[in-house]
Design a protein around this ligand. Structure first.
Ligand code: PLP
Length: 374
């Protein structure tokens, strides 16, 4: 969609990368780290200063017992953390439960690791799972479940009751929980992000994945981490070594400086995203979309049934060509060729200016639709 968007001079509300600058402190810290010659390989599993900062943040923000030497592996993005974690725990014949819709990588990640994905639907309109259906997905071959909260693409922030249900299944079936919490600081309307590893007994069976990309608007830095029990960490570190050797050293050092920013940084982040969420929701609703307000992360998943297209891809392509706004077809977030054809996903990790321009273009949606029919 990004390529098509560029071809048509569209406003890119498809791919989830911010178009606003990185906090100045982080730029300075990265430049300083290069000047101070942190330019060679770091320790494979992460520069000590960053691991110490991650462990401290895990203890205070996520409420997970975490030791920098025993539990933390720094990776090239949470994308690598998920892959390394799966490669670390999967044996041939294992199954991994994935809640659907899901961030596009999880399905391929599970297959590449040699396991079989087992999908469980998050049901509209609230994108909640049916506990009985989730239970039926677990069995003797289940090795893990992948959880993502706050959730891409639906904007769900899972509540304690839902996480308790998942935790008790992990306990009953003796399996791992791989939790992707990359949007942990982007929650709205006073909601609380809960890390499943903080629930009783879960730290021993959870790999908690997060990183700098979304919290500090540095998706190009490729610095993230996995927090896991010691034996799992040992296996993750081996996989990480074979995959990438190490994350960029100067950016790890700058990452430690990022994690030292105070609470006001996170308040500002949430406030800015809350405002951007309002701008996009208003524009989409004015154009005729029925939107569910996201509880966290920076995406809006909307229905497109009433616009008269055969599927989501046809609509997304038409939208960028005729209206000049790019979104992602909803089916990208489901296993191939199944659901999501009635949805598309917009992102609002963009300046208010960019979102305003998208809003202006979307005002022409109904008129273009009428033109298409006549
Ligand atoms: N996990 C989720 C749920 C995402 O939405 C994204 C990016 O969109 C990522 C992971 C990628 O994170 P990273 O840049 O740390 O690889």
């Amino acid at each position: 969609m990004t390529q098509l968007c560029n071809q048509h001079g569209g406003v890119n509300l498809a791919q989830g990368f911010p178009d606003f600058p990185v906090p100045r402190e982080l730029k300075e810290a990265a430049k300083r780290a290069i000047d101070e010659d942190f330019n060679q390989y770091s320790i494979t599993w992460g520069a000590p200063a960053l691991r110490r900062a991650i462990a401290e943040k895990a203890r205070t923000f996520n409420r997970i017992a975490c030791d920098a030497d025993a539990n933390v592996t720094v990776t090239c993005g949470s994308t690598e953390a998920m892959m390394a974690a799966l490669l670390a725990i999967i044996n041939p014949g294992d199954e991994v439960v994935i809640l659907e819709p899901f961030y596009e990588n999880y399905g391929p990640d599970v297959i590449v690791s040699g396991a079989k994905p087992v999908y469980v639907q998050l049901r509209e309109p609230d994108f909640t799972f049916d506990p009985a259906e989730l239970r039926r997905a677990f069995g003797p071959r289940t090795k893990a479940i992948i959880v993502n909260t706050p959730h891409n693409p639906t904007g769900r922030v899972f509540i304690a009751e839902e996480l308790d249900q998942i935790a008790s299944l992990c306990d009953e079936f003796d399996c791992y929980c791989l939790t992707d919490e990359i949007y942990e600081h982007i929650v709205y309307d006073g909601r609380e992000h809960i890390s499943i590893a903080s629930l009783p007994g879960m730290a021993e069976r959870t790999v908690t994945i997060s990183g700098l990309s979304k919290t500090f608007s540095v998706t190009g830095w490729r610095v993230a981490y996995a927090i896991a029990p010691e034996p799992v960490t040992s296996a993750i570190r081996k996989m990480h070594d074979f995959l990438t050797v190490g994350a960029p050293h100067p950016l790890q050092i700058a990452g430690a400086a990022a994690l030292a920013l105070g609470e006001s940084y996170y308040q500002g982040l949430r406030r800015d995203y809350e405002r951007r969420r309002e701008v996009l929701l208003e524009a989409l609703r004015a154009a005729g979309f029925d939107c569910r307000e996201p509880e966290g992360a920076y995406y809006v998943m909307t229905g497109i049934q009433k616009f008269g297209f055969s599927d989501d891809t046809a609509f997304a392509q038409w939208l960028v060509r005729e209206v000049g706004v790019a979104a992602v077809p909803g089916s990208s977030f489901y296993k191939k060729g199944t659901s999501g054809r009635h949805q598309i996903r917009f992102t609002f990790c963009k300046t208010e200016e960019t979102l305003g321009e998208a809003g202006k273009r979307l005002q022409h949606l109904q008129e273009r639709l009428r033109g298409r029919k006549s």
